[in-house]
Design a protein around this ligand. Sequence first.
Ligand SMILES: Cc1ncc(COP(=O)(O)O)c(C=O)c1O
Length: 398
Amino acid sequence: MAITLFLNKKKPILGRCTDDYSTKMRLRYAPFYHAMDAQKGTTIRLDGREMIMLSSNDYLGLSFHPKVVEAGRAALVKWGTSTTGARPSNGSRTYHLELEQKMAAFLGREACHIHAAGYLSCLASVAAFAQKGDVILADKNVHSCLWDGIRLSNATVERFSHNNPDDLREVIATANPQAPKMLVIEGVYSMEGHIARLPELAEIAEEHGCFTVLDDAHGFGVLGRQGRGTVDHFGLNDNVDVICGSLSKSLASTGGFIAASRDVIEFLRTHSKQTIFSAAISPSQAACAQASLEIMQSEPDHLEKLWSNTKKYRAMLKGLGFDIWDSETPAVPIVLGSKERVYPFWKALIEKGIFTVMATSPAVPAGKDLIRTAVSAMHTDEQLEKIAAAMAYAAKKL
Ligand SMILES: Cc1ncc(COP(=O)(O)O)c(C=O)c1O
């Protein structure tokens, strides 16, 4: 103890780590960082108990699809474990180009660039194109990777109310009319499950010459023809300049993508630090994403099952009287309104063998503390029934 106090005084930053209240609370109540002992699809084992996974982003349930697993294995054998290099130097391989071409074609774009994480892709989608003197109009609920991109760009940021075109119109009217502008939104909001009001937002963006960046991490694989995403869902391919997203959700891999015109992607490859100075996605990750992309086009039943499960699940939650924040997609929050209500609810679900994730303020707006759930194409009717019984039980604990 005395040694810790002495060290903390000598090294204030070390003291910041050892004395941090949020970390102490997290370690005390252990709501996060649960390491599962086993997983097979939507069934996991945690601390020796079998449970149902209800918060993964494996929307199409492809992470255990035999073709995806085999593609990852074959790529590992053929290409080794890693390129151990960045794309501009020694890290580019033909499988990167193949995946990029297939993603671009699927999204109706001229080009695509793949990164080792969705976080990098989405951050770079803002940071590479906006600069000091520009104005970024951002939905106030966008993901943290987009905020980091905004900060790194040094542009001026103006927030508008979540998914609210009227507010965007008001905010944009007060911005410097001469400044180059960027609109930053998500296609499907990961916590809320809301679909962007893209037709209205894109119209305003067009009127003001905004370069539009749409993070479709949760819309890709879920909306549009064969899961082409939010832009395809609305048929607005010509109105969005950059679609970025993650390979770690419907594509059952890890990594990220940026799809746009050839000029935009080549500009990114020249200027984006995240693109130039970070190692390329590994062979097996790329192969798993590519196999999933092919399955999305050849096996439509996964998307159909996802939506039939989503409808059943939402109806069940509504029947139990839960506030699901008007979610329209498989990402379904259960809004409970305070940390004090979220924790016992989450614990009751764990007790009943259902694994979910809590999101409390400031990760969500104050008063919107919630349990974040997501339904998958892989959930069976029997699992949905167990989930319903557990939800009814947890509701009584409030
Ligand atoms: C909206 C959104 N964008 C980007 C990301 C980052 O993706 P990844 O987990 O692949 O880094 C996430 C992940 O949670 C997300 O929800």
